[in-house]
Design a protein around this ligand. Structure first.
Ligand SMILES: NC(=O)c1ccc[n+]([C@@H]2O[C@H](COP(=O)([O-])OP(=O)(O)OC[C@H]3O[C@@H](n4cnc5c(N)ncnc54)[C@H](O)[C@@H]3O)[C@@H](O)[C@H]2O)c1
Length: 277
């Protein structure tokens, strides 16, 4: 964990996209570790339901928040500082996906994914990072994806946004360290959440793409990922890549980039054939 944060117990935390999936699992793990958590989500009622279901020793409450609204993100972070006197952990986790052939993607869809996946993270950073610098401690945790490290076709807009999140996180980490602030970027492959069935705009099936196409029999369990992320925060790790198969693929890309690029072309062709059947 970054300087000044030696334990999770008693920390104040914000998790965006906290109503569902990875965000909800992070909320559960944080409350179990003794943190006071605000679960913020476009689905405010869902965030409240998720928060109510979490058992102590920490606490949780849910709020409605659209991360594309910078003023609203600022207000939520300011509210946490007012309540707890500081903001310790911010998980910029809310995200959307779009899957299909890029020639069918409208400008409105490009802008929507940029707004949530890039600007949403920037809004979390602009609201929390200066406060963490002033405190001399804190930790930002940004959920990117394996798509932020490897370039998977048919997910082009998503891949672009997640590469941006990886770049932001690693660059900021290098300047934040001197202020006692940590930055961790989370890069999972398929995780068992509702997002696997969202964002299809053509004939490609998200679930087939993320699982069958990549030979993944079982997607990562969100609770297991959340536990791994909290471990990485405590250890102040730069990047979390899960599962092992994803770490191996990332290593292969570094050592045999041509092979991986050729495999990506075949992978796209296979997905299109699957969709055409
Ligand atoms: N599940 C996976 O396979 C996987 C893999 C890699 C990365 N990710 C990333 O993990 C993050 C969480 O996704 P998930 O898998 O839990 O999906 P999910 O769909 O279960 O949860 C995403 C949550 O974000 C919320 N959200 C969407 N737009 C928002 C906005 N504008 N403001 C506030 N909240 C908003 C949704 O309402 C939803 O509750 C995303 O950034 C996603 O890209 C997921």
């Amino acid at each position: 964990m970054s300087r000044g944060l030696t334990t999770l117990r008693g920390r104040s935390a914000l998790v965006t996209g906290g109503a569902s999936g990875i965000g909800a699992a992070l909320g559960k793990a944080l409350v179990a570790a003794g943190c006071h958590v605000v679960l913020a989500d476009l689905d405010g009622a869902g965030a409240e339901r998720t928060a109510v279901g979490l058992a102590g020793p920490g606490s949780a409450r849910g709020v409605g928040l659209d991360v594309t609204d910078a003023d609203a993100v600022e207000a939520v972070v300011a509210g946490i500082v007012e309540e707890y006197g500081r903001i310790d952990l911010v998980f910029n986790n809310a995200g959307i996906t779009l899957i299909g052939d890029t020639e069918q993607l409208s400008l409105a869809q490009w802008n929507a994914i940029i707004d949530v996946n890039i600007r949403g993270v920037v809004h979390g950073v602009t609201a929390a990072y200066p406060r963490m610098v002033a405190q001399g401690s804190g930790h930002l945790i940004n959920t990117a994806s394996m798509g932020g490290l490897m370039a998977a076709g048919l997910l082009t807009s998503y891949v672009m946004t997640k590469h941006a999140v990886v770049g932001l996180s690693l660059a900021l980490r290098s300047e934040a360290a001197a202020h006692g602030v940590g930055v961790t970027v989370v890069c999972p492959a398929a995780v068992d959440t509702p997002i696997l069935d969202k964002g299809e705009f053509g004939s490609i099936s998200g679930r087939d793409y993320y699982l069958k196409g990549q030979g993944i029999k079982k997607p990562v369990d969100p609770d297991a990922l959340a536990a791994r992320v909290l471990q990485a925060v405590v250890a102040d790790e730069a990047v979390v890549i899960e599962p092992r198969q994803a770490r191996l693929a990332y290593r292969l890309q570094r050592f045999a980039p041509g092979l991986v690029r050729r495999a990506s072309v075949s992978f796209v062709a296979k997905q299109r054939r699957g969709a055409a059947r």
